[in-house]
Design a protein around this ligand. Structure first.
Ligand code: ATP
Ligand code: MG
Length: 366
């Protein structure tokens, strides 16, 4: 029996509801897989807390995240809760947490499940690729900095380092070596997305990509420009397997990725470091839906599935890997049956109904 300490940050808006739904699913996982024990501790962090106390992420909560085996976060931030400089609390808190946990690689699966709404007419051989976004530098390295010349000119700086880029590209190749499923053929592939024809920083990113690719001769690799990638994601999404890119490009293309496979309510994500990892849905707090039991919990549930997979890979725990597969299969089953779904994907079920449907579809034997 292995016990994992999980720090839960339910956050703001719809966050607490999608987290409660996910806990229903995790309770079922623990019941179906008796060799897995999850010691989940919930902590307050985010905009509501800031409104009350002036702090978004108290030190004891950050310490709990650092001490945990994994962090599961729902959604943070409220548009009407602002810091003295006028900005929302969410970016400050998330950049701080990322830096504290050294989460260098963000992972956004772009996978179309049968039964999920898709705005594309022709998805070719299906959609099943993963966006890996560098998570600590790039244009976001300028966060909190930048410079102004009077009220006339503003600049930010895009930083690409060999160390940071090697880490994220290496993570992309490692994921490509072990991940299951790619629609078109059996050949694994990693694609570098950049703007190497225009920017020195991006040319450097691509150079490091090629250096790292040389260590993985069994994996195909290629590179495309970010503008072309935006087109290909809509026209030929089945061409891709793992794609890796600079922070800001990843931020933008991740939302496009969520859009082609059913919207934000279905998009999970992981942020991975050498020691720590954090999992969260790709959507925000959708405050207008909060408290109504209508938010789609599937993105948070799928993020919890990614957490189980990461725990399994990191601790070489086959039970956890099997539990991750069971969670994803249960979500796929509920989506393909089509009866229980929230309004954002065309249904009329509640957040809680979806949680119970997914929990009921968890089976230990796959
Ligand atoms: P952030 O600023 O935190 O990135 P955002 O304002 O860009 O967030 P979200 O809060 O994620 O965006 O949501 C935008 C809209 O998408 C919401 O107003 C809501 O209509 C819809 N939405 C997002 N997540 C969900 C969900 N889980 N279930 C249902 N609808 C959702
Ligand atoms: Mg928002």
């Amino acid at each position: 029996m292995t016990s994992y300490r999980i720090a839960l940050l339910p956050g703001d808006g719809i966050g607490p509801e999608t987290m409660a739904a996910t806990q229903i699913v995790l309770d079922r996982v623990v019941a179906e897989f008796p060799d897995i024990q999850l010691d989940c501790q919930s902590h307050r962090a985010g905009a509501e807390l800031y409104r009350e106390t002036g702090e978004t992420l108290p030190k004891n909560v950050l310490d709990a995240c650092l001490a945990a085996d994994a962090v599961l976060l729902s959604a943070i931030g409220l548009p009407d809760v602002r810091q003295p400089d006028g900005t929302e609390v969410q970016p400050t808190m998330m950049v701080g947490l990322r830096r504290a946990l050294n989460l260098h690689s963000a992972v956004r699966p772009v996978k179309l499940y049968p039964g999920a709404p898709c705005p594309l007419k022709d998805t070719g051989a299906g959609i099943d690729f993963v966006i890996i976004r560098e998570n600590l530098e790039g244009l976001f390295a300028s966060f909190g900095g930048g410079s102004m010349v009077g009220d006339e000119v503003a600049t930010d700086t895009l930083v690409i380092t060999r160390a940071g880029t090697s880490k994220v590209v290496d993570y992309a190749f490692q994921l490509a070596s072990r991940r299951s499923g790619r629609p078109r053929d059996g050949q694994r592939k990693v694609t570098c997305v950049d703007k190497a024809n225009v920017f020195r920083s991006m040319a450097f990113f691509r150079k490091i990509f090629h250096d790292v690719a040389a260590k993985y001769p069994e994996i195909e690799h290629d590179a495309v420009y970010v503008d072309a990638m935006s087109l290909y994601m809509v026209q030929n999404p089945s061409d891709f397997d793992v794609v890796v890119m600079e922070n800001q490009f990843g931020d933008i293309l991740s939302d496009l990725g969520a859009g082609i496979v059913g919207g934000l309510g279905l998009g999970p994500s992981a942020e991975i470091g050498d020691k720590h990892a954090l999992f969260q849905p790709s959507h925000g707090t959708a405050p207008q839906l909060a408290g109504k039991n209508v938010a789609n919990p599937l993105a948070t549930i799928l993020s919890a599935g990614m957490m189980l997979d990461w725990l399994g890979q990191t601790h070489q725990d086959a039970n956890c890997i099997a539990a991750a597969v069971a969670v994803e299969n249960a979500v796929a089953e509920v989506l393909s049956q089509g009866q229980v779904r929230t309004p954002d994907i065309g249904g009329s079920s509640s957040t809680t109904d979806v949680a119970h449907a997914v929990a009921g579809a968890i089976h230990a034997a796959v």
